[in-house]
Design a protein around this ligand. Structure first.
Ligand code: PMP
Length: 334
């Protein structure tokens, strides 16, 4: 009988790509997990599927039910794709400053989209608080009920990265991995991969790379929970500690500004043919920093979270970059 593969079966099992410039700069072997290869185009497809499967198993998500989530966009795309494939509906709350490419994709997928102002977390208008309120309302008004995916605190998020992303990295490196580093949006990726790799090899070094404006670097180094500056990278950087990070010990942390990170994304596209978004640039710069800390000869893995095509109007737009006083290569201007 022919195998019956659905779109949700294509989530995960992404390739591990050798990152030449980062490796040559440091004398280490640096790899990026190509999460832009997921069917919804980002690492968040895994989170979406993990959360939906857990809610199905607990009975909380009923057939035909509604999944509500607040997101910078990628989780919304993943959830809507999974919802469409498995017979649910999605309501996606996101900041109106998210890239138009993500908004267009969500409209195309048919999400019930609610755009909110880009308010601070302390404001009741913030997309997370709005999603919580919308989910409460829909739970009563929808005939098949509604759930709030709650990716920042839902244990299914960290768990899916422990079970899939982390195990894949272990297998793909044949256990020859010395360090893993990535930025945090919800922290599901960092904490889940850390759990998986440490269970195999307790000496593996786990690092956080934090973008400008995020509070975690200061927090993990004994300072106040606050950040300075800002980053154009979407989906990463937080002003609170997500529940996913509970109990996570770090071996290394660094803060990387956009001026340092973006050239890694630009060069990766032009010199290695790999198109990634801003958070991947931050991750690669973080992997280089961890490689310099560990010294030559080590193997380090990071995440290529999504593709540059999702940010054509921002990250790959010289006018946008100029307005934000950010560097761009000559080839982009011509
Ligand atoms: N990069 C991008 C582009 C994202 O959308 C996200 C998810 N918010 C992340 C990185 C961070 O992943 P996580 O939520 O697992 O910390």
């Amino acid at each position: 009988m022919t195998q019956q593969t659905g779109i949700a079966d294509l989530i995960g099992n992404t390739p591990l790509l050798y990152l030449r410039e980062a490796s040559e700069l440091t004398g280490c072997q640096i790899y990026g997990k190509a999460e832009f290869m997921n069917p919804g185009g980002s690492i968040k497809d895994r989170t979406a599927l993990g959360i939906v499967r857990a809610a199905q198993a607990s009975g909380e998500l009923r057939p035909g039910g509604v999944i509500v989530e607040g997101t910078a966009g990628n989780t919304g795309i993943g959830l809507t794709l999974v919802a469409n494939a498995l017979g649910y509906q999605s309501v996606i709350v996101m900041p109106q400053t998210a890239s138009p490419e993500k908004i267009n994709q969500l409209e195309m997928l048919g999400a019930d989209l609610i755009l909110v102002p880009n308010a601070p977390y302390s404001s009741s208008q913030h997309y997370i608080h709005t999603a919580c309120k919308v989910a409460e309302g829909r739970a009563h008004s929808e005939p098949n009920g509604a759930i709030w995916a709650q990716q920042f605190d839902n244990p299914a998020n960290r768990q899916v990265h422990r079970d899939t992303t982390g195990q894949e990295i272990w297998r793909q490196t044949s256990g020859d991995v010395d360090g893993f580093i990535c930025a945090v949006g919800t922290g599901g990726t960092l904490a889940g991969v850390a759990d998986a790799l440490r269970a195999h090899k307790p000496s593996v070094k786990i690092g956080l790379v934090d973008p400008a404006g995020s509070a975690l670097f200061s927090h993990f180094n004994g300072g106040p929970l606050q950040g300075e500056g800002q980053s154009i990278a979407e989906g990463i950087g937080v002003s609170f500690v997500p529940g996913n990070l509970e109990g996570l010990a770090l071996d290394f942390s660094c803060q990387i500004d956009d001026d340092t990170a973006l050239p890694f994304a630009f060069n990766l596209l032009k010199r290695e043919g790999i198109s990634v978004g801003g958070s991947s640039g931050i991750n690669i710069a973080g992997a280089v920093a961890l490689a310099r800390e560990l010294g030559p000869g080590h193997t380090i893995v990071t995440i290529l979270c999504d593709a540059g095509s999702r940010y054509h109007s921002k990250l790959f737009n010289p006018e946008f970059l100029m307005r934000h006083k950010l560097p761009f290569p000559e080839w982009m201007a011509s």
